[in-house]
Design a binder for this molecule. Structure first.
Ligand SMILES: [Zn+2]
Length: 185
């Protein structure tokens, strides 16, 4: 998920790879990602690279398909690097519960410049595995609930533009086609 306003990224010391974020309509974004079964050193490295790639792209959430890796991995930090306790790495996440309703504008690193209001649950409970394969649960409301649902959608090949009305989706696709035509996409 994209940040609402472009925040300045602090200088970070990171030796790993910053992955490029793929844009709609790359087919990897429409595919159901596969379960993670190996909880090895490479997974830990990939998760670290995903956090850094997300910060580099000014995001608060990133799913592995967005860096062309079709695996059920997502990272979220709604504090945008300000609070370590708000960093979540979710492997094989599953939504256990969604309650209430919120309607807020949403953006996505794979759909730059596009923002639209999306209806989501107000409160969610998600279970996921950590990089060691241990299951844990996370509860989120408001922005965290939205980010959790947005990123888990990515693992099922669903984008936020799939969750708006047909008319709004058509307007968004028209805007994207125009940007593509002008070489700005
Ligand atoms: Zn997204």
């Amino acid at each position: 998920m994209a940040t609402k306003t472009a925040e300045k990224t602090a200088e970070r010391k990171f030796a790993g790879k910053i992955h490029e974020v793929v844009k709609y309509p790359d087919p990897v974004l429409a595919r159901r990602a596969s379960e993670v079964t190996e909880f090895d050193h490479a997974l830990g490295t990939l998760v670290e690279e995903m956090f850094e790639s997300m910060y580099a792209a000014q995001g608060i959430g990133l799913a592995a398909p967005q860096i062309a890796i079709s695996k059920r991995i997502a990272v979220i930090d709604v504090s945008f690097g300000k609070n370590e306790a708000e960093k979540y790495a979710l492997i094989n996440p599953v939504v256990l519960l969604g309650e209430g309703r919120q309607v807020e504008e949403e953006g996505c690193l794979s759909l730059p410049e596009i923002r639209e209001k999306v209806t989501r649950a107000e409160r969610v409970r998600v279970k996921a595995q950590n990089v060691k394969g241990e299951w844990f649960e996370v509860e989120g409301t408001e922005l965290l609930a939205r980010a959790l649902l947005h990123e888990i959608d990515h693992l099922d090949g669903v984008l936020f533009i799939d969750r708006v009305s047909r008319l709004k989706r058509e307007l968004i696709l028209r805007k994207i086609r125009k940007l593509q035509k002008n070489g700005e996409w």
